[in-house]
Structure formats: C-alpha cells, structure tokens
Design a protein around this ligand. Structure first.
Ligand code: 4NP
Length: 151
C-alpha cells in the first residue's frame, strides 16, 4: 500500500482536487490518498464550491471531503507528500524532523512536463482559474498514477 498526501495552503481549493483526481486514477487496494492544508483557516469545511463544481464537470464528486490541517505525524503516516507551490514546500519541510522525512516531499508539477513547477492558488481568482488548475493537477496525477499502478 502506498500512502499519498496532497498538500496546499487552505485544503479547500487545490489539494482537494488533487486528492479526488489521483483517487480516480489508482486502485484503492494499492494506493490511499488524503489531503491537508498548511493553514488552519477552514478546518472541518467542505472544499470551495468552485473546486466542487469543476470536479463535477469532470465526473468527480469531492463534496464529501473535509478540510484538515497538515501535522508533523503526517510524515510517518504517508509515503509521498505532494505540495502545490514553493510556499507549501517550505512550510511542510520546516516541520520535517529527519532527512528521510524531507525526501518524501515533492512539488506536484515536477511529475508533469508542463514547464511550470507551481499550481497557482485560484482562491482569489475567478472560476476560469479552477479549470486551469484542474488541468495541471490532472496531468501530474496521470503521471503519478502511471508509476504507482506499475509498482
Ligand atoms: P488552497 O487555496 O490552498 O488551494 O486551498 C486557498 C484557500 C483558502 C485560503 C488560501 C488559499 N485562505 O487564505 O483562506
């Protein structure tokens, strides 16, 4: 079993999409996927309605997800921790206790070949940003799923 954690700032826009998208591409018997945020602004809330909508447009239901904060015990609980941007990366790495824990943390878009390494935060933008973000995350998750389904 490979355990994957998707992390962004709020855990209501980007990482809930990443959780839903990767889950849809892997076998549940082999891979578990969760998500969390480095900030604690929305704990217990469902994803942003714009993320729920864009996921639904692509046939995914993420409305049952609930926001939680990233915690240092996540380093033990997960094998791979994918972050959306450099700020998430710094915030998560700062909580790592060992080199092995640091090695678990990767920028999500480094898995895809898009020429960019950060998923932009769509929170303060319009709905168009959410489709853009969906496509980026989808590309990276396809690459991750291909590797995980092989292993
Ligand atoms: P996310 O977007 O990190 O993709 O979930 C955000 C959502 C909420 C906030 C920031 C980013 N916020 O400051 O409340």
């Amino acid at each position: 079993m490979t355990k994957v954690l998707m992390v962004c700032l709020g855990n209501i826009c980007r990482s809930p999409l990443a959780e839903g998208i990767l889950k849809s591409k892997v076998a549940a018997e082999n891979v578990t996927v969760d998500s969390a945020g480095t900030g604690g602004y929305h704990i217990g809330e469902p994803p942003d309605p714009r993320s729920i909508d864009v996921a639904r447009q692509h046939g995914l239901d993420i409305s049952m997800q609930r926001c939680r904060k990233f915690r240092s015990s996540d380093f033990e609980a997960f094998d791979l921790i994918y972050v959306m941007d450099n700020s998430n990366y710094a915030n998560v790495l700062a909580q790592a206790a060992t080199e092995a824990e640091k090695q678990k943390v990767r920028l999500l878009l480094k898995e895809a070949d898009l020429g960019i390494t950060e998923v932009p935060d769509p929170y303060y933008g319009g709905t168009k940003g959410f489709e853009n973000v969906y496509q980026m995350i989808d590309s990276a998750c396809s690459a991750i799923a291909q590797k995980l389904n092989r292993s």
